[in-house]
Design a protein around this ligand. Structure first.
Ligand code: 5AD
Ligand code: SF4
Length: 484
């Protein structure tokens, strides 16, 4: 298997293997067991928590073994072809369990469900129910329909649905970090991207409900929230102050809240609550947002700013609506307003008609920015997208692969360079738990989102902040000791 990405993290690793999710039933138990597995971006994992909440209300218990389940849900990703291939293979693995238990309900949720709609039922005989990202409230009805002997589909997209009132069940949580969805959908029409088709129009969630969810998380002991949206910089919510609600930091009766305002409101929940966010868009990230990040110590100095290509002609046919100079201007603004801010990116190699010279512009962009991390992909044509309609996928696989290998090697150098630059520095780390390799070590993240490993101290527990002196590094991890 070829890996087409480097240094996965929780937010962007849409190739991450599915994780089974466990939840506590909140309503009266109905004696049925649910198994839910998620693939794709953080948004999908966050959506599975909403699905879990909706079904827990109906009394479903969960199981971590799909063989024991009465309902299996697989929350899917469509972003590249290989994400879909992985889901199809996984469905084959569910076939045996369904054969042994014919009453079992198998459901496909998320982006693939939305892309393929009822066609999924024709293609995959095993599947009983197909549900798009805006239709999860309908799941209990759809399960009932299947119980009644029908197969069921709901792939309606909505202009309003934000699940704002649903309090997500935190699945497989460490009790310290949580995702908080602040908007859904995407109105950018990047020509390579299937997301506007699978997740519909952009809509922002009620700012009050975002702040309330973050407060609630903090009260329950969580110490880091990651605000999620396809394009957080275009967050915009205007609404009436609910009766009895606290006025917003920016507020009159009619309150318009932009992303900078929302960041500030969440940062004010507590100085001990770290605030992260993803994903920023180069065309929309404003100096106001950068100044807000600079102003609050608890808003992390880490920005994921996908460039996709360093060449202006390619950016134009990708319909990214910025060019190379604009992107460089945004990088310069970040460096000026938030010195020391970590920056990561997404890159696509071998987009339609890309020449070697144009590819070299991407390489030179990497030299200019020296990204802390990058997620790098070969272009994968997606049916129905603008690029699929307008341009031939004409770059041979070997050339895509060669260009990808070149930028992966380059990024490894820069990741190492950025890591090395931290040696001798003291990092404020939020302890997340024991390191994967040893329970003699703790792990946690620095403000700039680097993973830090250091020996356990009895004086500190997960969920607390410590200062760690960095002594050495690997290409992906800082290693050090606690300093008081
Ligand atoms: N092919 C390859 N990579 C893609 N991405 C989105 N669509 C495609 C595609 N068709 C990448 C972009 C995006 C990230 C989430 O996935 O780099 O920022
Ligand atoms: Fe997430 Fe996009 Fe994949 Fe859908 S297609 S799961 S939005 S990465």
């Amino acid at each position: 298997m070829t890996m087409d990405l480097l240094i996965p993290d929780k937010v962007h690793d849409e190739t991450r293997q599915g994780e089974a999710l466990i939840l506590e039933p909140v309503g009266k138990q109905n004696g049925r067991k649910l198994y839910i597995e998620s693939y794709g971006c953080a948004m999908n994992f966050s959506d599975s928590e909403i699905v879990a909440s909706i079904l827990a209300e109906k009394g479903f218990e969960t199981t971590s073994d799909f063989n024991n389940a009465d309902v299996i849900f697989i929350n899917t990703c469509s972003i590249r072809e290989n994400a879909e291939v992985r889901v199809r293979n996984r469905l084959k693995e569910f076939a045996g369990a369904k054969f042994r238990n014919p009453g079992m309900v198998v459901g496909v949720l998320g982006c693939m469900a939305e892309r393929l709609k009822a066609k999924f039922l024709e293609e995959e005989k095993l599947v009983d129910v197909v549900v798009g990202p805006d239709a999860y409230r309908d799941l209990p009805n759809l399960i009932e329909q299947v119980d009644g002997g029908q197969r069921a589909v709901n792939v309606l997209l909505s202009r309003e649905e934000t699940y704002a009132d649903i309090s997500p069940v935190r699945l497989n949580s460490n009790g310290i970090n949580a995702f908080v969805s602040i908007m859904r959908g995407c109105d950018n029409m990047c020509s390579f991207c299937v997301v506007p088709f699978t997740r519909g129009r952009e809509r922002s969630r009620d700012a009050h409900s975002v702040v309330a969810e973050c407060k609630d998380l903090f009260d329950k002991g969580y110490r880091e929230v990651t605000l999620l949206g396809q394009n957080v910089d275009s967050y915009k919510w205007s609404g009436q102050l609910a009766e009895g609600a606290e006025p917003l930091a920016v507020g009159d009766e009619i309150t318009v809240v932009n992303f900078a305002n929302l960041l500030e409101m969440v940062a004010l929940v507590s100085p001990d609550l770290r605030v992260r966010f993803s994903t920023s868009h180069p065309k929309d990230i404003t100096d106001e947002v950068l100044h807000t990040i600079a102003q609050y110590e608890n808003i992390c100095n880490y920005i994921h700013l996908p460039v996709q290509s360093g060449n202006s002609r390619i950016l134009d046919i990708m319909n990214r609506t910025y060019d190379r100079d604009w992107y460089i201007n945004r990088i310069d603004a970040i460096r000026r307003i938030i010195p020391g801010c970590a920056i990561s990116t997404d890159v696509i190699t071998g987009f339609c008609t890309e020449t070697d010279e144009e590819h070299n512009d991407t390489v030179s962009m990497m030299d200019y920015v020296k990204y802390d991390f990058a997620y790098m992909f070969k272009y994968s044509e997606r049916p129905g997208t603008l690029a699929a309609k307008r341009y031939a996928d004409d770059i041979p696989e070997e050339i895509k692969q060669k260009r990808l290998a070149q930028i992966v090697a380059k990024q490894q150098e820069y990741s190492f360079y950025r890591m090395q630059a931290r040696i001798g520095k003291v990092e404020k780390v939020l302890i997340e738990g024991f390191s994967k390799k040893s329970d003699k070590d703790y792990c946690g993240r620095s403000d700039q989102n680097a993973m830090v490993i250091f020996p356990v101290s009895e004086n500190y527990k997960p969920g607390q902040y410590v200062n760690v002196l960095v002594e050495r590094t690997t290409s992906a991890t800082l290693i050090g000791t606690i300093v008081e």
